[in-house]
Design a protein around this ligand. Structure first.
Ligand SMILES: [Zn+2]
Length: 450
């Protein structure tokens, strides 16, 4: 696929040079993509050369103007207008026009105030130069409060009066995703929700529930980063999101010794989330477990079976594990991380403090998962492997990475797409989680952060 695309690009470059020599002096844009999500909407403009740009934010009505120098308006840019979905959480529309002889102006009309991150990415994998506009809402929802409000709403759904009360418990606070010092205390948030519930004579199902047990489900890749692609065209980012949704259903329907379980997805859609942000997101909701879902790929179609990985403090447990970690850690490069964002650098540095306790718990969790997955499918390795996966670096949350199967193996690709195997796999992982909690009750676990 990559080769085809490169050949194609080479051909079109020749055509451009021969037919339109005036464009040869600047970059030419050949594709634009829009990735909408509640967290942020990304607009990517891909070109065969670096773009010179200038942007201005206008407050009222909120919009972002971007001038791109050295290009002329072409069909790819005009297509951008059609790519904005009416339900995009952040963008209301995009206008594009030839501002002056060699400047194209994009005006992005916004649905609310935005703090944009604008950056360029040099060619990597199948991509050429990318100019990226990440549009983050200035006000965002607190994910932990959202989980609690959602739970309360579900409990009271049958009683119209309770539903009304739950509605008033909807989160409204502004939070700060990149500040660990502002992690909301789960107990405090629960107390808040509990206190409001107590105003009712009978707080039905929350009674006896001391806290939610939160499992962070991390569907690998997303957005610009498709992950591995199977011989039949199945994209890793899609199958793992499906699996995360199936697991969420199971988790949300389960409770452990009277404590309701709740799944929290680090991404609930097709958009890119940097690896350190996945960890941060799980820490913000004070997750009890972190499970990153992936599907392996190799250069040859033979390898098969599931594997489970934990973090290692020293070296990798095998060269295959080291290779796998290096491969998964590349997600940020392909997905497109703004390395210049100060917060990102600080947060990534903070996460380089893995703990023995976290790794021991992760190994136990991994063992449970392997045992259950091995009952429904093949295992690639019978033991939990260890390597330096960036996404497993929450110092206080047992974290594993599950490679559900080899998407590069045609038989396993087919299985990953079958409803039957997806169900078996989700059930197996769920049994693994419950089995882990049976032996390691979440309430007994000491938290290393407050
Ligand atoms: Zn992956």
């Amino acid at each position: 696929m990559t080769i085809k695309r490169r050949t194609l690009l080479k051909h079109s470059a020749v055509v451009l040079t021969l037919g339109l020599p005036q464009i040869a002096c600047g970059a030419s844009i050949f594709t634009v993509r829009v990735w909408p999500a509640p967290e942020y909407t990304r607009v990517t403009i891909e070109s065969d050369g670096a773009l010179k740009t200038k942007q201005t934010i206008v407050a009222n009505p909120p919009r972002l103007a971007v001038d791109i120098e050295g290009i002329t308006l072409n069909p790819a840019l005009k297509e951008l207008l059609a790519k904005v979905r009416p339900d995009d959480p952040n963008i209301a529309g995009i206008r594009v026009g030839q501002f002056s002889a060699n400047v194209v102006r994009l005006v992005i009309d916004l649905k609310h105030a935005i703090k944009p991150q604008v950056f360029a990415l040099t060619p990597v994998a199948a991509y050429q130069h990318r100019f990226v506009l990440d549009l983050y809402p200035t006000q965002e929802q607190d994910p932990l409060e959202a989980l609690i409000a959602e739970k309360n709403q579900e409990l009271t759904a049958q009683d119209p009066l309770e539903a009304l009360i739950a509605k008033h418990l909807q989160p409204s606070s502004v939070s700060h995703p990149d500040s660990t010092s502002k992690i909301p205390a789960k107990k405090e948030a629960l107390a808040k929700a509990g206190a409001s519930i107590e105003t009712k004579p009978e707080p039905p199902a929350l009674k006896g529930t001391e806290r939610l047990i939160i499992v962070a489900l991390d569907a690998g890749h997303g957005g610009e980063d498709p992950g591995a692609i199977g011989p039949g065209g199945t994209r890793e980012k899609d199958v793992v999101l499906k699996l995360a949704h199936m697991l969420r259903e199971r988790i949300n329907a389960t409770s452990i010794k009277g404590n309701a379980m709740r799944a929290y997805l680090t991404r609930d859609g097709d958009f890119f989330v940097p690896l350190h942000m996945r960890v941060q997101k799980a820490r913000r909701v004070q997750a009890d477990l972190f499970i990153s879902l992936h599907a392996d790929a190799f250069f040859t179609p033979q390898p098969q079976g599931a594997s489970v990985f934990a973090l290692s403090q020293g070296g990798a447990s095998s060269s295959a594990a080291r290779w796998m970690a290096a491969k998964e850690n590349k997600a940020d490069l392909i997905g497109g991380l703004n390395v210049k964002a100060k917060d990102a650098t600080v947060q990534r540095a903070l996460l380089d403090m893995s703990t023995t306790a976290q790794i021991n718990d992760s190994l136990k969790l991994g063992k449970n998962l392997l045992g259950e997955i091995g009952r429904v499918g093949k295992l690639h390795k019978p033991k939990v492997e260890q390597a330096g996966f960036a996404v497993l670096k929450a110092p206080d949350i047992p974290s594993v990475l599950v490679e559900a199967a080899f998407i590069s193996n045609p038989t396993e690709e087919e299985k990953l797409n079958s409803e039957e195997y997806q169900t078996q796999l989700a059930d197996a992982i769920m049994r693994g989680i419950v089995g882990y909690f049976a032996k390691n009750p979440p309430l007994a676990r000491q938290r290393t952060t407050s």
